[in-house]
Design a protein around this ligand. Sequence first.
Ligand code: SF4
Length: 99
Amino acid sequence: MTQDRRHFLQIALTAPIIALASGRALAQGAVCYDPEDLPLPQQNVRKSVQFQEVSNIPAKRCELCAFFTPSQGGCGSCQILNGPTTARSLCSSFAAKAK
Ligand code: SF4
């Protein structure tokens, strides 16, 4: 194995781990946003509504919420957060979409 190929494999194998460790919001393999890059007011709103990057209640997640607007790759935006979220996230303001 050449040194270039070994270096490439090291990067390819460690990049996903680095992305997860940095707290990036991943949805279906896509990076929707970096929570650490959000403006302070948006970070504070997330704390006040107990925002979870990944819902712990399967029947309650952003993609099923009336305040969610989907975009691409499992990403979207939320009217309550006034910013980005992911389809699989959840907060205490969840309101089921009308059927
Ligand atoms: S209100 Fe909460 S559950 Fe609904 S889309 Fe926004 S963050 Fe997700």
